[in-house]
Design a protein around this ligand. Structure first.
Ligand code: ACO
Length: 377
């Protein structure tokens, strides 16, 4: 008897030294270091480098990496033109997917798959994702593309390119924390997709384009935008309870809760909730915050025993919203952070590559013969 692992749940197909998750305890570490410490003490740049190299960098290595990211922020003119020419109203994830694929056409090194080439391309893509996403936002709004600056952090420069205004140090740091929280998360669907593509010895641009496609769906990265759609649909805090109870009674899914691995609070959602709470205490509770508070309470009460708790996407939208970012850009921002995990995981897997080729239990007919078209009913 073949046992089918639906959704590949529980299937271990490789080893990795990057990320550890204990879903029962709600623990997440990168290189053995808890996510809370990365969020509190590190930066997106440092975590990206640590993931790519598998160890904490020295100050000198980090400075070199930071300089390389800054030097690679600009995107080719042809790509900027493609972004300007994109139809109005496209979803920014469609735009990102197309732009990254096109970036591969413009990179003479694109087809190289040596470890060195994969790493060099990774650094370029980590730098350029943010410029692409900001450029899509600007052009879709009918505004000029804002060129990157090299005197700002990765997070600060993205916010600057998005709005054309220099963010405050607090805004940059907050966005940096959000990027740190999303940079990697083990064998999630998009990372697995990137690895599946690389396992055929395909190039980095193909890997990242496939990963973007996988992240886009509402069961994965698209959930943060779907949470905001839900909050907008609920509208007022006093309507939240009835809305959620009705959904649960009809066995409908609530966006931003539940997780394949976590059967407890997702530690990343706790960090983001703390921020949302901090803003609420400082500036008064927004409608969004009050609705989320109500939903969280109901979910924990009614679904906690089943292991359903808020995930990282539950509070991330309110954080981005506080930064003035539109909800269509929440999933691209996820990609802007997760590119580091995708690249690092592809590089790690490539060191001991084996083609990914699972199987399916055949349940179709047997012993059939071809019937000519004219004889078919
Ligand atoms: N709301 C209500 N019930 C839920 C939810 C939810 N969000 N998630 C799971 N459940 C229930 C299911 O209805 C099912 O109940 P049943 O046993 O009575 O049929 C049970 O919990 C198991 O659910 P599955 O969907 O089989 O669990 P799976 O591990 O496949 O799902 C997933 C994980 C896809 C994330 C799911 O929880 C979900 O759809 N969540 C909403 C979308 C979301 O927030 N995605 C973001 C995930 S985090 C990330 O990718 C960054």
């Amino acid at each position: 008897m073949t046992t089918i692992a639906k959704g590949l749940e529980g299937v271990v197909f490789t080893e990795s030294k990057l990320t550890f998750i204990n879903g029962t305890e709600g623990v997440l570490t990168h290189l053995g270091i808890p996510i809370q410490e990365w969020a509190e003490k590190s930066t997106f740049e440092e975590l990206s480098l640590a993931l790519l190299d598998g160890e904490l960098p020295t100050a000198e290595e980090l400075a070199k990496f930071d300089a390389a990211l800054k030097a690679n922020r600009a995107i080719p003119d042809q790509l900027a033109q493609l972004i300007r020419d994109m139809p109005k109203g496209v979803h920014p994830m469609q735009a990102l997917r197309t732009a990254v694929s096109y970036l591969g056409l413009l990179d003479p090194q694109a087809e190289e798959i040596t470890p060195e080439a994969r790493r060099t391309i990774s650094v370029r893509m980590i730098a350029q994702f943010s410029t692409i996403i900001a450029a899509v936002n600007r052009t879709q709004e009918g505004q000029d593309i804002v060129a990157p600056r090299t005197d700002l952090t990765h997070a600060g420069n993205f916010l600057y390119m998005l709005s054309g205004k220099e963010p405050t140090a607090e805004q940059s740091r907050l966005f940096d924390i959000a990027l740190v929280l999303h940079a990697d998360h083990g064998m999630n669907a998009s990372t697995f997709t990137a690895i599946a593509t690389s396992s055929t010895l395909s190039d980095m641009y193909s890997c990242m384009t496939s990963a973007i496609g996988a992240l886009k769906g509402p069961l994965h990265g698209g959930a943060n935008e779907a949470v905001m759609d839900m909050l907008d649909e609920i509208g007022r805090p006093e309507k939240a309870e009835a809305y959620i109870i009705q959904k649960l009674d009809h066995k409908e899914k609530i966006m931003g809760v539940g997780h394949r691995v976590y059967k407890n609070f997702d530690p990343r959602s706790r960090v983001l909730r703390d921020y949302a709470e901090h803003v609420a205490n400082k500036e008064g509770k927004s409608n969004y915050y009050q609705i989320l508070e109500t939903i969280e309470k109901i979910i924990v009460d009614r679904m906690g025993a089943k292991g359903i708790y808020p995930n990282v996407d539950f509070y991330s939208g309110t954080v981005y919203s506080d930064l003035g970012i539109k909800k269509e850009y929440f999933t691209p921002i996820f990609a802007l952070a997760r590119i580091s995990g995708w690249c690092a995981s592809v590089i790690e897997y490539s060191q001991n590559n084996r083609l990914l080729r699972p199987d399916a239990e055949y349940t179709g007919q047997t012993d059939q013969h071809y019937t000519d078209l004219k004889d078919r009913k």
